[in-house]
Design a protein around this ligand. Sequence first.
Ligand SMILES: C[S@@+](CC[C@H](N)C(=O)[O-])C[C@H]1O[C@@H](n2cnc3c(N)ncnc32)[C@H](O)[C@@H]1O
Length: 475
Amino acid sequence: MGPGRNAPAQGALVLTGTRPNRQRRKSQKSYSRRDPADLKPGLAARQAAARLLSAVTESRASLDGLLDPAGGNPAFTGLGEQDRLLVRAILLSALRHLQVIDAFIDRLVDNPLPEGAKALRQVLRVGAAQILYLDVPDRAAVDLAVTQADSDPRNRRFAGLVNALLRRMTREKEMLLPEIAAITPDFPDWFESRLRAAYKSEAEAILSMLSQPPAIDVTVKDDPGGWAEKLGGVVLPTGSVRIARPDGPVSGLPGFDAGAWWVQDAAASLPAQMFSRLEGLEIADLCAAPGGKTAQLALAGARVTACDQSATRLERLRGNLARLGLDVSTQLTRAQDLIAPEGFDGVLLDAPCSSTGTVRRHPDIPYTKGPDDIMRLARVQRDLLDHAAGLVRPGGELVFSNCSLDPEEGEEMVAGFLSDHPAWTIRPMDGSRWPGLENAITAKGEIRTHPAMLADEDPRLAGLDGFYAVLLARQ
Ligand SMILES: C[S@@+](CC[C@H](N)C(=O)[O-])C[C@H]1O[C@@H](n2cnc3c(N)ncnc32)[C@H](O)[C@@H]1O
């Protein structure tokens, strides 16, 4: 925490109920008569954003789950399309910059907001995210935050404070935001300290990339150069095509309906490329949904059995593979329960993990996961890896991968596996295979990518998800 972060700014606001009683009674009356969300366009979206932000930061609910169009939170799924887009944008910005937003709020109040004033903090965060990071007129952001506070009995007495604080934020953001951002860590302590310990001199660059929205990478069935031209993108060392974020949904881009490509971060496309050979081989993809790597394996000519423990996710995989016109056999099963007496030529285990390598697109992770999850997931991965190894025929190969940046879920876990399984060795990757990504190959020949890789002058085209992947060979 930087010096002065908690020092009250000149003219800091005092945290009290600031609305005069007469006015408060009036607003209470109107609240009981009619829900203000009916009266003020955009209010329901802000209310939903505050509710969902509270679910993420206070109950560790996953943002993806809350925003799922099918099974998501009704406060979100009940909104119209434009409001849903706005809520998503507010939440992504609020979570990417939560530490700075909180520091800014704390700078503007005389005393820290009380622990119990959680609902108030969420209203302020939602207002601040719009004022500081989104293209929403300041006045609309402030007015809606005040109405939002006024319409909630827990916050009504703070409506005056919300008004004064956010108005002041609009006036002082140009001067104060750079200063506060410069002295405030981007992420919670646990997250930053683990990254710094693991990545040392590279940690600063990784941390700064993690709060940037990522580009979109697509894996093409063929002709990356041709598709880069059609999609206005560039070809990456992985063979993926990278495009700047389009205005509309990716499903509207050329080639989507025809199944010419699928969205997959360039780093996520590496594990399936690591097998020495795939054509005509029997490969099990054990944690397969939504199927990005399954599609690569099938496209390379493997006979793929794709397994997943989630029926809904496996259904998505089937839909994705159908769009791509690729044929695989699927099995709804926990990987630990898969029995294959004949074994497979190869197994891909893209294991469940803390997903800390994907914070650019999932900025809730530093708030919904913690060190305990990393320890627990490393144990799950080790159990899955032990079982997966038993499914590989002698002479066969196993790729283990995940999208965590934490060595405990990658390098360290695999080192433990190798010391307990002398018949297995690492088959090292050749650094020249992906020109431009030579620095992603570890001394042992594993792949370790992180978001500061694939730097680009255009920040919209820079970066890479964090991934760990290793090719293991059985004697
Ligand atoms: C990181 S995602 C896999 C992404 C996928 N490989 C791809 O490239 O599209 C992890 C998947 O593992 C599944 N999963 C988690 N634990 C599992 C287990 N014990 N057995 C089988 N699937 C599991 C989850 O349902 C989820 O779909």
